[in-house]
Structures are given as C-alpha cells and as structure tokens.
Ligand binder design. Sequence first.
Ligand code: ATP
Length: 492
Amino acid sequence: MLKSIALGAGIGLLAFLAVNRVDIWPLVFVLALVGVFYASAMTGRVNLTSGPGRQASLPGIEFSDIGGQNTAKSELQEALQALRRPHAYAALGIRPLKGILLTGPPGTGKTLLAKAAARYTESAFLFASGSEFVEMYAGVGAQRVRQLFHAARSSAKKQGRGSAIIFIDEIEVMAGRRGQHQSHLEYDQTLNQLLVEMDGMTPQEDVQVLVMAATNRVDLLDQALMRPGRFDRVVRVDLPDREGRRRILELHTRNKPLGPDVELEAVAQETFGFSGAHLESVCNEAAILALREEKATIGMAHFKAAVDKVMLGEKSDRRLREQEIRRVAVHEGGHALVSEWLAPGSVSSVTIAPRGMALGFVRHVPAEDRLLETEAELRHDICVCLAGSAAERLLLGEASTGAANDFEKAWEIARRIIFAGLSELGIVQEEAVSTDVLYQTVHHIMDQERDRVNGFLEGHAHLLEALAGRLAAQETLEGDSVRNLIAEGEIA
Ligand code: ATP
C-alpha cells in the first residue's frame, strides 16, 4: 500500500517538474540507482524465506517411510511428545525441548527424520543449510537467523498450526567454536544470534518453535550450543544394519517391478557400509540397467551390477593391453584365491573389467555385519590385500604399481591391530609410540603375512594359473565358478 502511494507521488512529482520545464533526468538517474540497490537488498532477504529447498507446507514424509533407524526414530518420537501434548507437559511444569541435534554420517536419513518429525507433530517446516548464514559482511548472518525464526512463526500462523520446526542442515558451518574463524566477528555474531533466538523461545508463545539440526562433525560445534536448554537432545543416526538395509531397499523398490529372482535380503547382505542414500542409488541404478536392456522387470543381475557401480563407479571404457589383461587377471586371481583359502565362500564375484579407478576387483560377501574384529580376521584381511602383488611376482616375475592401493589398506589394518593392543607391543597409546617403532611393528606384521601368502600361492600356482586364465577369457567370474574351479584343481 505504502509502496503504491510513494510510487504514485513520485511519478506525479516528476510530471509536475517536467511540465515546469525542470531538467528531470539527473533525478530519474538517481532514483533508478536507489531502485536497483533496494531490489538487490530485497532479493537477499527474500532468499531466506523462499529460496530453493525451503518448504513451508507439511512434508510428505512419515516415519514409516524411513527404513531402519529404529532407535533414532523412537528417541525422536519420544522427544516430540512435547509438541504433540503441550498441555500435559505444561501441567507438570516440564520445560519444552528447544533443540534436537541429529548426528551421523552423510546420507543416513537425518533430513528425512526432520521432515517426518514435522509431519508427526503437524508443524510448519522450514529448511536451511548452515552455509546460507555465512557471509563476508558482519551482521548479515545474524539478520538471516532472525528472519528464519520470524518466518517460522509467521508461516505456522498462516497455516493455522501451533508449532514450527526449523531444520538447519550442516549446522557446524555456522555454529563452529567461536573465535576460531578468520572473519570471526561475523561467525560469532551469527552463532550468538542463534543462541539468543533459542533462549528467547518460551512455552507461552502461540507458536512453539523447535530447532532441529544435523551434523556429521559434532566435535566442531561450540559448547554453548550443547548446554542444557538449547540442543539438549542428541540423536545418533548411524549407518543402517542388515535389517535396516533390507527395509530401505524394500521402501525404494515399492514403485519398481522386481523379477522373481530378486532377493533383497541378499542385496542387503552385500551392501555392508552403505548409507540409505547409497541404497536408494542402488535401486535407481538397477532400474536404469534394466531399462538399458529393455527389460520389463528388474532382475538380480541388475542389482549386482548396480551395487558394483555405486561402490566403484561406472564401467570405464579404458582398453587394457594384452599383457595388462594377463597381469590384472593374475593380480585379481591372487586376491580371490587367498580369500577363498582363508574364508571359504567369501568371494561373491571377481572381475577384470575396469571400473572407476580400479582395473579389476574382487567383491566379498560379508557373512555378517562385522562390528568387532579379531586379530585373526584382521590378519586375514592383510593377507588378501597382499595376495595381488604376491601373485604377480610368482607368475610374472615382478609386481607392478597396481598394488599401491592394496598396500595402503594393509598398512591401515596393521595400524588397527597395533592400536587395539593386539600386536607384540601389547597395549599402547597412540601418542606414546614413536614413528620408528610403529614402522618396525607394521613391517613385522606385513612380513609375517607376506610369508604366509607366498607359501600358500607357491603351493597352489597351478590353481592360480587356471583362475587367471579363466578370468582373462571370461572377464567376470561369479563366486561359485571360482569355488568350482578350485575344487576341480584340487582333485586333479
Ligand atoms: P546429509 O548429512 O548428507 O545431509 P542426510 O543424513 O540428511 O544426509 P537424507 O538427505 O535424509 O540424508 O537422505 C538422502 C536420501 O537417501 C533420501 O532422500 C532417501 O532417498 C535416502 N535415504 C537415506 N536414509 C534413508 C532411510 N533410512 N530410509 C529410506 N531412505 C533413506
């Protein structure tokens, strides 16, 4: 309204001056400049409340749409009772919860949980990312925090809701420890404003605001944020276990036609360490592969190929030279043979088709999710890592640079053995072990395992030769083919 009156008055004034033969162009120029400046300032402000990804209406996600995460879901639902039953809480004088922090690796469903929380409590939902509050200019971040809280209250009122949930993803970007950033004044002001807003939230307001935030670096957060009365609930959102993975796969295949051979349980078993986002991608990739083959349903082979793709990247069209094919086949054959020797049934497939950065790879079947590992299991893993280069040395006379990554992994496992107190050093503290002693001990472990692997491969060179030959010819072998070949070779 005010804007229209000002605009009308301005145009009238310009017309009056023009009629009276006053030169109006300098004035028009100045007004145009002011207009541009005002518009750009407004764009910055509007950005906060209507920028991409922001959502003020009720999200369509429910807790039942989130697979696994049972502990996180029930902890969260319990904490959300304050918004669902405000009167019961008030009657007992319970201070309502102001903040809930979701912590855990990327892609595990933290954003989904926040959206489901908004639906569960029928709250207005506002989404922001920590990086949106970080600006070079002092005061801008703090102003955006104020606007965000204001927008949360007003959109809840507009939608006729009694509560609003503000979700801040990657909160560590705006709420890291104060005094540590180069432009620390700006960071500190932004965080201070967040603390002020949270402290100002009272049960008496007509709109109850709950701040939910997510991070995978809880160690970086300012301690003031974690004190009781601010984010006093921390909900851990971990990578899903096997059951959780199966459930997530079920959810993401609800809208997809699956072939009769598909066993999601088996896919779940092979995807240890995958997050929900990885699993969603596996389902999507499997469907894309089925479409590429013009199939009406998605089969188990599509899922297997999709797992490889998500784990290692797209098949590359790098063409290997003849000698390279033989070398990669010997290398991967070595890994597969030693893996089957130490843990029969452990190879899911082995291939020499280049994919991502890898020229070939062995896919293992994790029998169970391994949360604890014994010394023997870790030493087995080192043997499997060392087997590729040992096989090359045995059949081709020398090893190649292809084993660098294997050695890195083996080195890391040996360090784990040492710092878990499982090596000859006994129980040690990381800081108390000198680089020299660490180096010697890792070497000792490596030497022991390399001798073991060399001994085994020398005694089974004929099997290695047969496996490498079959791999070079067929490119990919399933675990069962590897085991059949070993069984035939051993009888012969
Ligand atoms: P980041 O920390 O990277 O922001 P996040 O933990 O917030 O990740 P989300 O954004 O919630 O992860 O999940 C990304 C996608 O992964 C979702 O859109 C969904 O498709 C899938 N996803 C992740 N976890 C689950 C789950 N538990 N159940 C079903 N789908 C999931």
